[in-house]
Design a protein around this ligand. Sequence first.
Ligand code: AMP
Length: 227
Amino acid sequence: MIPGARLVLLGRQGAGKGTQCVRLSRHYVIPHISTGDMLRSAVKEGTEFGLKAKEIMDRGELVSDEIMGGVVDERLRSDDTHNRGYILDGFPRTVGQAELLAEITQHKPLDLVIDLVVPVDVVLERLAARRVCTDCATNYSVDNPPRYGWVCDNCGGEVVQRADDTPEAIQKRLDLYERETTPLIAYYQERGLLAEVDGLGSADDVTARLVDAIDERRRRSGASSPS
Ligand code: AMP
C-alpha cells in the first residue's frame, strides 16, 4: 500500500500550488486541503462566514489567523486526514498560523514543507491568464482552456477568472506573501522541515521534482507510514 504523508506546499500565488497539489494528492492518495477552495465554497454557499470572507478575499487581504486555525483544525480531525495524512495548500500563510499548525499537529507532526519557487515575473503572467472552475476548482488558463468553451472538463462547471485575480488584488496578495508568508521559509528551515523545489517548466517535470523531494525525505527519515 502507498504510504500517506503530511505535507505543506508553500509558494507565491500562481506558482502552481493548486495544480501540483491535485497531482500529489493522487500520487500519495492523500486529501488536498486548500484553504482558499474551502473559503470559496463557503462564499458560494452564501453562509454568513462566507459573506464576510468574500469581502476580505476580494480585497486581496487575509482572513484572521484564529478563524483559519479553527477551519484547519476541524478539517484535520476528520478520518481521512487522520489515517492517510494530507497536503495543505494556502495554509499556513503567516508565522502565527504556522504556530497554530504546530499545536494542531503536535501528536502527528509534518513530514515536509516544500517551497515551490517561481520568480515574480512568471507568476504575474500566469495569474493574468488563470481561469478556474467555480464548482470543483480545477485550474485552467487562457493557453490551456477546457475542451468545450468555458465548461470544466472535470465536472461541467463554469470556468471563470477569479474575482481576486484583478491587477490590484494580485499585487496586494503578492506583497502580503512577501511580508507575511516568506518568513515561513526561515521558520521551517530552522526546524529542518524545508525543501525548495524549482517550479519552472512543464507540470509533469515539476511533479517529478516534488515527488523526488518527498521520497528523498521519506528515505532519510525511514518513514513508511504517516502514523
Ligand atoms: P488562495 O486560493 O490560496 O489564493 O486564497 C484565496 C484567498 O483566500 C486569499 O487571498 C485570502 O484572502 C484567503 N485565504 C486563503 N487561505 C488563507 C489563510 N491561510 N489565511 C488567511 N487567508 C486565507
